[in-house]
Ligand binder design. Structure first.
Ligand code: ASC
Length: 133
C-alpha cells in the first residue's frame, strides 16, 4: 500500500532529528563550547555519515507544505518541481558526511572542524532553497 504523507513526514523528520542530535556535539566542539573529544567526535561523525542517506525517501508526493495533509512540515512543494537539484543536494550531504566520518578517524581537531563546516554548508544550501523560513 502507498506511503501515507503523515508517515513519510514523521519518518523524514525523525531521521533529520537523529542527524541533528549527532551534529550538535560536533558543532559545540567546533565552536569551543565543549572540549574536543576525538573519540566522541568520530562516533557522532560516523552516525551522521550513516544517517545522511536515510531521510530522502520520506520526501514523497503529497507530503509537502500546503499539500492538505494537515501535518506541520517546513518542506516546500518546490522540492517536487526540482527533483534533480534536490537529489544533487542530498548527494552533496552524503558525500561530505561520509568524508567527515573518515576525516574524524584521524583525530585532528582542525581537519575535523574544517570538514564539519563543509557538511554544515550542505545542510544550509538545501534549507535555503527548500525549507520554509
Ligand atoms: C544542525 C541542524 C542543521 C544544521 C545546520 C548546519 O544541527 O539542525 O540544520 O546543523 O545548522 O549549518
Amino acid at each position: 500500500s502507498a506511503v501515507e504523507p503523515e508517515d513519510a513526514i514523521h519518518y523524514r523528520q525523525s531521521a533529520l532529528g537523529v542527524m541533528g542530535w549527532h551534529f550538535g556535539p560536533m558543532a559545540d566542539m567546533a565552536k569551543g563550547d565543549i572540549e574536543y573529544d576525538a573519540d566522541a567526535f568520530a562516533r557522532h561523525a560516523q552516525n551522521v555519515g550513516d544517517i545522511a542517506r536515510m531521510p530522502w525517501e520520506g520526501f514523497v508526493e503529497g507530503s509537502y507544505q500546503d499539500d492538505g495533509h494537515g501535518v506541520e512540515t517546513d518542506a516546500l512543494a518546490k522540492i517536487a518541481d526540482n527533483p534533480d537539484d534536490f537529489e544533487k543536494k542530498q548527494k552533496a550531504l552524503i558525500d561530505e558526511a561520509q568524508t567527515l566520518a573518515e576525516v574524524a578517524q584521524e583525530g585532528d581537531f582542525k581537519m575535523a572542524r574544517a570538514q564539519l563546516s563543509k557538511v554544515g554548508k550542505t545542510c544550509k544550501s538545501c534549507h535555503d532553497d527548500y525549507r520554509a523560513e
